[in-house]
Structure formats: structure tokens, C-alpha cells
Write a new protein. Structure first.
Length: 135
């Protein structure tokens, strides 16, 4: 997939790599498909076996499958509910972001434990929005 940004055509792989390069404490960024649980494109700061990517895709699909819109409080924004999940562990945090609650395209980002997540969440959301706009 590609999209035009100004006069430059940007590929998903290029944007994934750019996010990895521009974000401190980020270990891996990936673009995946939730319906299949597969990671389609990725960029990592060190070697990443396919098994790790497979588990990341499965984890993203499982996290979004747990969301229950019936439990949504009245003050919550229904257009944002179901678009992002953060999973914490001792080894680090995983962020999963999609453009809308019905989208199967997902950005997965894995960062060091204790990393600041605000900027990363914003950047991942922008990337998910750009990819969705390219379809």
C-alpha cells in the first residue's frame, strides 16, 4: 500500500521504519491485519524472529477481541472506543492502534518498560489514520 503525502509517495514500510527511527525506547513497529492475526510489515531495532511477529499479531487480535462496547460508560466517546489498547508487562509495553473500531488494519508498537507512551500513542494513531486514508 502506498499513499501520496505532498509530492512524495510513502509506502507503509517506509512509515513504519520512520516511526521506529523517530521514537526513543521503541523496539519494534509493525503493521498487521486483525482478521488473520498476521503482521504484514515491520521494522525492528534488532533481529526479530517470525515467531515473535506471529505472537504479536495474535496478541493484537486477542486484545481487541476482549473489548466490550456494552460496558462503555455514557461519557466515553464511541468513535474512539475500541481504537487502541495498551498492554503492560515487565519486559515492556505493547500498543495496538487502529483507525476505527471496525478496522482490521492495526499498528503494533513494542517499547521498553517505562517508556513514555503519550507521544508514541499519538504517532501510532496518525500512522493508522494515514494508512486508512490510503485505502
Amino acid at each position: 500500500r502506498c499513499w501520496n503525502r505532498g509530492a512524495v509517495e510513502m509506502k507503509v514500510q517506509d512509515q513504519v521504519k520512520r516511526l521506529l527511527d523517530e521514537t526513543p525506547d521503541l523496539r519494534l513497529v509493525a503493521f498487521g491485519d486483525l482478521s488473520s492475526g498476521l503482521i504484514l510489515n515491520w521494522s525492528a531495532k534488532s533481529a526479530c524472529p517470525r515467531e515473535v511477529l506471529d505472537l504479536l499479531g495474535e496478541k493484537a487480535a486477542a486484545c481487541f477481541a476482549l473489548l466490550n462496547s456494552d460496558a462503555l460508560p455514557p461519557e466515553a466517546d464511541p468513535t474512539k472506543f475500541g481504537t487502541s489498547v495498551i498492554q503492560f508487562s515487565e519486559q515492556g509495553s505493547s500498543i495496538f492502534v487502529r483507525q476505527s473500531a471496525s478496522s482490521d488494519d492495526v499498528i503494533c508498537a513494542v517499547c521498553e518498560a517505562g517508556a513514555g507512551l503519550g507521544t508514541l500513542m499519538h504517532s501510532a494513531t496518525l500512522l493508522a489514520d494515514m494508512i486508512a486514508g490510503a485505502e
